[in-house]
Structure formats: C-alpha cells, structure tokens
Design a protein around this ligand. Structure first.
Ligand code: GSH
Length: 195
C-alpha cells in the first residue's frame, strides 16, 4: 500500500498516525496537492490528499481511508450501533473543524480586496462553536486512540498550526488538558507539520 499525502495536511495526519499506531506496512509518498502531480491525479481525480493506493485501486477521502485501515487489524471503531455512530460523528466533527479552519485560511490568503468577510466569519464561528461544544463533552471523549478522537486531536493540532491566534487553550482548558497525552506520543511528534 502507498499513501499519497502532504506533511502539512491534517487529513493526511490522521491517516499517518493510524498507520504508525497500528504498525501497518504503508509506503508514504509526499506531494504538494497544488503541484498537480500525475501520481495524485491518477489516484484521486479530485486532486486532494490523502489518497491510499491499494494494489490496482485507490481509496480516498480521509475518513474512508481511516476506516479501511482501521478494519485491517484490531479495529478502534466499535461495531455496536450506538458507539459506532458516535465515533463516526466525533470523527466528522474533527474533520469539520479542519474544513472550517482550512476555508478560513483560504479566504485570508487571497489579496485583501478579494476577502469575503461573511464567509470567513462563518468558518471562524463554526470553529469556535465546535471547540466550545468539545469543551462541554471532554469527559466523554476518553483515551487516545479512538476513531473519533483521532480526528479531533488532528483538528486541534491544525488549529494550532494555522489559527494559533485563536489561543483556544485559554478558552477551553479542559480540552487543552485532554490533548496533552496525545501531544506526548511519538506518532504525534513524527507527524507534526513542518513550519
Ligand atoms: N475531505 C477530504 C479533504 C482533503 C483535502 O481537502 N485535502 C487538501 C489538503 S489539506 C487538498 O488536497 N487540497 C487540494 C485541493 O483542494 O485542490 C479528506 O478528508 O480527505
């Protein structure tokens, strides 16, 4: 298996952490999606990372890749209905925070006269609401690693990377404490985005 990824992509980070934690044999191929490499376009016509090449087929969209890899060995994702859907929903919440931070950033890296403040504020408000919600359910989140927590931890890492001026730790102390064990793990250090 081959993972086409970008070292700064938080969606890729989820998959890379899962691979490291499970000790899976996956070759990593780093790319920059905006370079429009053939290897990425062949694997994923949408031109987005991550994409996982498995034999003569490809799997994409990070939650789908995570679910595929997770199912290979000692799944973290519970089978039982209620816990299963809860973990998938938490994973979607983490991905949604990443989506919002990314969309905000895309607004702000345009020339200033092209900024669309309505859209930027919408993304920022969604991020803040999601973090505030997580602060209220921190006790329920549990230990690393679970299927939902993987995405939530990577989302918080992405807020630190791309929206550090939010200073979310000052406003969400329980969530900040919850993240600490993740930040001490080897796989966390190995997948920290380069500056
Ligand atoms: N829903 C996708 C999102 C992937 C995504 O947007 N990746 C970004 C990098 S962080 C990308 O490849 N962007 C290039 C583009 O949108 O053209 C997933 O979870 O895999």
């Amino acid at each position: 298996m081959k993972l086409i990824h970008s070292p700064t992509s938080p969606y890729s980070r989820k998959v890379r952490i899962l691979i490291l934690e499970k000790g899976l044999d996956v070759e990593e191929v780093a790319t920059v999606p905006f370079d429009d490499d053939d290897i990425l376009h062949t694997a994923n016509p949408l031109g987005k990372v991550p994409a996982l090449v498995v034999g003569d087929t490809a799997i994409y969209d990070s939650p789908v890749i995570c679910e595929y890899l997770d199912a290979l060995d000692k799944p973290w994702l519970p089978r039982k209905s209620k816990a299963h859907w809860r973990q998938k929903t938490l994973h979607a919440l983490g991905d949604g925070i990443i989506d919002a931070v990314l969309a905000f950033r895309m607004e702000r890296i345009r020339p200033q006269e092209q900024w669309w403040d309505f859209w930027a504020m919408r993304q920022e408000n969604a991020t803040v609401r999601a973090l505030q919600h997580l602060e209220t359910i921190t006790d329920e989140l549990g230990e690393p690693w679970e299927f939902g927590n993987l995405a939530i931890a990577c989302a918080l890492g992405y807020v630190d990377f791309r929206a550090s001026d939010m200073q979310w730790r000052d406003h969400m102390p329980k969530l900040a404490k919850w993240l600490e064990p993740f930040e001490k793990l080897e796989c966390w250090a190995q997948t920290t985005p380069p500056e």
